[in-house]
Write a protein that binds this ligand. Structure first.
Ligand code: AMP
Length: 421
């Protein structure tokens, strides 16, 4: 007899499959039970699962031939979950999907028709979208009775004003979908909800959230809604990242093509995999490694990262006409007091100041006593957001709040304003 209803969350990348199980507990709360990942898919795959206290529960390895077979690897995860959680009934699977395009601004139940529409968005995110879709198809074939839900990283940004979403390109390109979508939306949504729950006084505040991890972006959130963000058409734009360049003058790409004879694949590799912290430092894409290094180039990479983050925060504050609170989240944002301090120091003119002791001691509120802008550290939890959306969508019809949320929302491209995107 299965005593718990649980949600499986899947986040599939090119060579990895992250999974977590969140259990419904009293009062419709969700509790993370375990999580893990298969890494090295396509080369030499290995599996590791950890419990909620990050203790290793199981490990497994596959040979090169088996490592190519995504069906086999996903079946292993499902079989293992059945044994590891004998009291849990998986009632749904929620998937992280990088791109919802212009059409999808809320989570969607996965059907053959939806899969076709999501497949059509592959050109917008060729490095991520196909991998996000693969486990949906496998599960639909192996467990057709299991409800599946797609949760989009772009959705939280979908109601930005048209001018925040548009590039100054000819109208036909905007109409075709060449516009700024923004990413990390599930993280921003979770952090915004947590902020609202913990600080009701900030309900109408102008907040900038810095999601700083291996992939980094920064978003302006006004009264709980995304109004502008640093990433754009792809997850390359904005601040420098582990291996991604962030914003560069598009003229650089013309130079690389015309003067250096570089082709699309080579440029893609340069911008996505050889730039960012790795490219500048020549050492590592890992912020912790750079901060512990004596190398002057490592220091330059850190300094450039902080400079660009502060510049982006200032620009996003400008998008909202001011700044009431600044929030740090994700691997670097949550764990590096030095990076937070360096970014905040550059924003002193905006009224940002941190309390050095609170900043070092992993406090939630790290603002200095006299500071005009509140500064918080808030751990993100994208898996929780996906599970929440997945179960809410299944319960929809009974869930009035969800309906209200949908009716309130008007995607920007339905508004009768020219050049919307
Ligand atoms: P994420 O992609 O959110 O998992 O974040 C990964 C990034 O967070 C990597 O660059 C890590 O080096 C960085 N990170 C994690 N812990 C720390 C830490 N204690 N100090 C500095 N950076 C850290």
């Amino acid at each position: 007899m299965k005593r718990h209803s649980s949600c499986l969350v899947l986040n599939a990348g090119s060579s990895s499959l992250k999974f977590s199980v969140l259990r419904q507990v009293a009062g419709n709360e969700l509790q993370a039970v375990l999580g893990g990942q298969i890494s090295g898919i396509g080369t030499l795959a290995s599996f590791e699962a950890k419990d909620a206290r990050r203790r290793v529960l199981a490990e497994h390895r596959w040979d090169a031939e088996q490592s190519q077979q995504r069906e086999l690897l996903l079946a292993f995860v499902l079989d293992w979950l059945g044994t590891a959680l004998p009291d849990d009934r998986i009632v749904a699977a929620g998937h992280r999907v990088v791109h919802g395009g212009r059409r999808f601004s809320r989570p969607e139940r996965i059907t053959p028709e939806l899969l076709t529409e999501l497949q059509a968005l592959v050109p917008l995110a060729p490095l991520h979208q196909p991998h996000n879709l693969a486990p949906m198809r496998i599960l639909a074939a192996s467990h057709p009775e299991l409800p599946q839900v797609a949760c989009f990283d772009t959705a939280f940004h979908a109601h930005q004003p048209w001018y925040a979403r548009s590039y100054a390109l000819p109208r036909e390109l905007s109409d075709e979908g060449v516009c700024s979508y923004g990413f990390h939306g599930l993280s921003y949504e979770y952090v915004s909800q947590q902020l609202a729950a913990q600080h009701p006084e900030l309900a109408n505040a102008r907040v900038v959230i810095c999601h700083l991890g291996n992939g980094s972006s920064i978003t302006a959130v006004h009264a709980g809604r995304s109004v502008d963000t640093s990433m754009g058409f792809t997850a390359l734009d904005g601040v420098p990242m582990g291996t991604r360049c962030g914003s560069v003058d598009p003229g650089v790409l013309l130079y690389l093509m015309n003067e250096k004879g570089m082709g699309a694949a080579e440029i893609e590799d340069l911008l996505y995999r050889r730039s960012g912290l790795l490219g500048v430092s020549g050492l590592s894409n890992d912020m912790k490694v750079l901060q512990e290094s004596d190398s002057p180039d490592a220091r330059r990479a850190v300094e450039l990262f902080c400079f660009r983050c502060a510049k982006e925060v200032a620009a996003l504050a400008g998008s909202m006409g001011g700044l009431d609170a600044l929030v740090f989240t994700a691997g670097i944002g949550e764990n590096s007091p030095a990076i937070r301090a360096e970014i905040c120091e550059r924003l002193a003119w905006l009224g940002v100041a941190v309390d050095p002791e609170a900043n070092q001691s992993r406090a939630h509120d790290i603002s200095a006593a006299q500071a005009r802008v509140s500064v918080f550290v808030l751990p993100t939890n994208e898996e929780m957001m996906i599970a929440t959306h997945t179960l809410a969508l299944l319960a929809e019809g009974e869930d009035e709040a969800e309906l209200v949320r949908r009716e309130e929302y008007t995607p920007c491209w339905t508004a009768p304003i020219p050049a919307t995107c």
